[in-house]
Design a protein. Sequence first.
Length: 443
Amino acid sequence: MEGQISFFEREAPRPLAARLRPRTLDEIVGQQHLLGPGMILRRIIESDGISSMIFWGPPGVGKTTLANVIARTTSSEFIEFSAVTSGIREIRAVMQKADQNRALGTRTIVFVDEIHRLNKAQQDAFLPFVEKGSIVLIGATTENPSFEVNSALLSRCRVFVLKALSEEDIRTLLDRALASPEGFGGQKVDIGEDALQLIARFANGDARGALSILEMAVLNGEFDGETTTVTRQSVEQCTQRKSLMYDKNSEEHYNIISALHKSMRNSDPDAAVYWLARMLEAGEDPLYIARRVTRFASEDVGLADPRALQVAVAAYQACHYIGMPECSVHLTEAVVYLSLAPKSNALYMAYETAKKDALEQLSDPVPLNIRNGVTKLMRDVGYGAGYQYAHDTAEKLTAMQCLPDSLEGREYYVPTDQGVEAKYGERLRQIKDWKAGKRRSEE
């Protein structure tokens, strides 16, 4: 019928997060270390002194919002560029436009969301235009730019690290959404403090995620004709199971395994079990964790408790035999045992020191006395000459030199006084004292 708007012609309502997107610096919640009074990024934006920069932080903390605020406040032409859908041809078109603007005395700011998705060729295509000042590049990424952005391009950008929002920041945003005409200010919403706190906690610092949960909860609330009631139970149904911030191919993977390793090293079983659970519940391969735990057993415990390696290897075998979720308790046993064990990195330091010498002195010959003279010719030229068989002595020891001449007297293994290693240290001291005395008596 004439004058009617079809279903497909109606404009779809924008999500709550989009309707509430801040338009000015004062409306942005969080990031006070960058945007507070007198802070550097705030001064740069307010003075329109924008230079190439990268915003790095987790999802929903305001990276795109900051770019939009810059777009409204700058005197430059602002171009948004998609790292997902655009290729080299689109980059060249944007750069051509930027060169034209530059000739007219106008600066061009190019915003690239998810800049880590640009491949090397695309990043290289931006580089010459950033170098000569045709564009100011602003990138946003959830990934560590040290790994995802070409070093040449990264060196020409200033990196600003955005932090996850606090629960208090999220509560501020939720209260704003309930009061704002752009949110639910035009309707009566009855939602309890416990439900709001649950959303704030579940959001894990993600403003967009928090507003999406609130919107879903309100839309699915109980409406009695005047008031929409949102209960804690309805919020729980909207959130379901929390998606842990963990990607086995991302930096967070390495951050969390590092947290586990350092917690065990610091003899903190509570923290170690927490980080273990973070990995396992996010879907990490238990065998990967077991391999790292086994490494830790020798690197950080070593001979201070020789049983540590046995416990770690047993945990690995248990993970291999039965898998998740049953093997979680075996890994927990190993992690707690290693956390409480006495610590020594003497084995790790011994190998690293020896490795340095080995790499620098690869040509040092094996001493003739400990070469294996398996043929007459080899024996004739001195292989095995002077070899002393330790089992032929009462002490089961000899003073024979086994290191190359250039490394005579070098010490690699230096035991600590931790745990059982103190006993091994005393044994080593006695051996060295005996050998030194033996050599003196033979001189």
